[in-house]
Design a protein around this ligand. Structure first.
Ligand code: NAP
Length: 253
């Protein structure tokens, strides 16, 4: 059966590493991006150069109309979705909670939580083996959500709002997994530790990954490819009995 995967935020960092690895494993990959079209196109070109099928699709995952349009395009150009990686995510600058604004929290939850919920809802409609008006009689599928060890540690003094959003992702993973367990859909999460990507620079701390090394039992940040390996394993049939699981990939942190 053809495997069609959507990776949100697939142009850079962990999402790009996941899209590339899945492309090598034979998935047709929709590489979503919000703003950086060039990076997403480059991931698509690399998958195609390896003989795979890929498509770059723009959508802000926190905007419902854009998510619906993205799914319509994937349906048309790649076929019904069988796998989803909810990877798109943001941090913000270091601030105590008593300094943070409602606007900051709204963006944090809109992208990290509501984006994950919106993309999952549309995926379930396509994957579920349940028949009915909303459901198209899908053939099952797999969802992997990107959480963070911040959900366990709390993010104090840095970004408690981000940690709270990732905590919501963990609970959503468990609940959705149980809700669709008999409909051919598995739902799991990966909780990365400190991974060397551009996300730290976007929060105003470009050297964070290296600076944190001594606080990590393995004494180094992880790589995007080390997280991609865990995600692609959870997507695969090798993980056929894993659902509702949250897998820490964090160098022991
Ligand atoms: P990154 O390098 O900053 O890349 C983030 C990706 O998300 C980009 O492709 C970006 O797209 C996309 N994105 C951001 N906002 C979006 C939106 N509204 N709609 C669609 N796409 C959007 O991040 P990363 O480090 O690879 O992180 C990936 C995931 O892992 C995130 O969920 C993050 O919270 C989680 N994580 C990361 C770490 C870490 O240390 N790196 C640790 C724990 C968890 P554009 O390029 O188009 O802007």
């Amino acid at each position: 059966m053809k495997q069609v995967l959507l990776v949100t935020g697939g142009g850079r960092g962990i999402g790009a590493a996941t899209a590339l690895l899945a492309g090598q494993r034979g998935y047709a990959v929709a590489v979503n991006y919000a703003a950086d079209a060039a990076s997403a196109s480059s991931v698509v070109e690399r998958i195609r150069a390896g003989g795979g099928q890929a498509l770059a699709v723009q959508a802000d995952v926190s905007e419902e109309a854009q998510v619906l349009a993205m799914y319509a395009r994937i349906d048309q150009e790649l076929g019904p979705l069988t796998a989803l990686v909810n990877n798109a995510g943001v941090v913000d600058s270091t601030q105590r909670v008593d300094e943070q604004s409602l606007a900051r929290w709204q963006r944090m939850f809109a992208i990290n939580v509501f984006g994950t919920l919106l993309c999952s809802r549309e995926a379930v409609k396509r994957m579920s083996t349940k028949h009915g008006d909303t459901y198209g009689g899908g053939k099952g599928g797999v969802i992997v959500n990107l959480s963070s060890v911040a959900a366990r540690l709390g993010g104090a003094g840095q970004y408690v709002d981000y940690a709270a959003a990732k905590g919501a992702v963990d609970v959503f993973t468990l609940g959705l997994a149980r809700e669709v367990a008999t409909e051919g859909i598995r739902v799991n999460a990966v909780r990365p530790g400190v991974i060397d990507t551009d996300i730290h620079a976007s929060g105003g701390q470009p050297d964070r990954a290296q600076r944190m090394a001594s606080a990590i039992p393995m004494q180094r940040p992880g790589t995007a490819s080390e997280i991609a390996q865990a995600i692609v394993w959870l997507l695969s049939h090798e993980a056929s009995y894993a659902t509702g699981a949250v897998l820490d990939v964090s160098g022991g942190r």
